[in-house]
Design a protein around this ligand. Structure first.
Ligand code: NDP
Length: 258
């Protein structure tokens, strides 16, 4: 008789390797922290060395970093090759790195728009393809996109950001449909308002924006980065082995609508 997974084994990431982009700070750091606590080895990336170094020191022996800018798309195949040659097969990819830009749509230049879409969408596709080629060959893998409730709801002054995140949500369903038969699950997490540098900037200089954000959030408070971290552990784990093509809101009830 085959043993059924227990609570301990179903949620464990023991022996898995996760690549988390933008893992040196904010939500990405807490995804890395929660994954390390669940038994995974992690490789975190970002453009700046110092936060990555500090993050890996905090996370301990099972964390490693590589400086990489995801917008340099031609670097991404090499990034995956280097990681796999050094640390072994990547079991989990978390596309977390992202940028926002808060401007009224009429003030958004083509360059502004392209910069956000290039980081949040084009690079996500390139890195996902680089990892998935290997995952599909091995017949297993879990890919998680960090999108946003901005993909679903009209939030003023984030036209490019919302466009990029909506496109990621659309892509998740297609990739899940193409790869799930080969053992590679693809899901997204749509965070609501989470306490990080990005959300602080988005709220800055606009006192009413915070009040409006809270009016849209039935729980009446911001989430913590680790709320996204534990959701990512769940989606990456065997406990979610029959979940693919899904978008999981982690948003204090924001997506209930009002
Ligand atoms: P932060 O701005 O706090 O952190 C972003 C991280 O991404 C940093 O570590 C940054 O490191 C890295 N990063 C940015 N650009 C690049 C790049 N080109 N290449 C590699 N790394 C990069 O943001 P959050 O932690 O708040 O956001 C993380 C994700 O969650 C994003 O995708 C965001 O859209 C999403 N999200 C956040 C919400 C929130 O309320 N905070 C709500 C909904 C979604 P470095 O600067 O060193 O490159």
């Amino acid at each position: 008789m085959v043993d059924k997974p227990t609570h301990a084994t179903a949620f464990s990431l023991e022996g898995k390797l996760a690549l988390i982009t933008g893992g040196g700070s904010g939500i990405g750091f807490d995804i890395a922290r929660c994954m390390v606590q669940s038994g995974a080895n992690v490789v975190i990336t970002g453009r700046r060395e110092q936060p990555l170094q500090e993050a890996t020191e905090t996370l301990g022996d099972r964390a490693h970093f590589l400086v990489n800018d995801v917008t340099v798309r031609e670097s991404l195949d090499g990034l995956v090759e280097t990681i796999e040659a050094t640390y072994g097969p990547i079991d989990i990819l978390v596309n977390n790195a992202g940028i926002n830009m808060k401007k009224p749509a009429l003030e958004v230049s083509d360059e502004d728009f392209d910069r956000v879409v290039h980081t949040n969408l084009n690079s996500v596709f390139s890195l996902t393809r680089a990892c998935a080629q290997r995952m599909v060959d091995r017949g297993s893998g879990s890919i998680i996109m960090i999108s946003s409730m901005a993909a679903y709801y009209g939030i003023d002054r984030v036209a490019a950001y919302a466009a990029s995140k909506s496109a990621v949500e659309g892509m998740v369903k297609v990739l899940a449909s193409e790869w799930s038969g080969q053992g590679v699950r693809v899901n997204s997490i749509a965070p609501g308002f989470i306490e990080t540098a990005m959300s602080k900037t988005a709220m800055s200089g606009d006192p009413d924006r915070f009040a409006r954000a809270m009016r849209r959030t039935p729980m009446g408070k911001f989430g913590k980065p680790e709320d996204i971290g534990w959701a990512a552990v769940f989606l990456a784990s065997d406990a979610a082995r029959y979940i693919t093509g899904a978008s999981l809101p982690v948003d204090g009830g924001n997506s209930i609508g009002f």
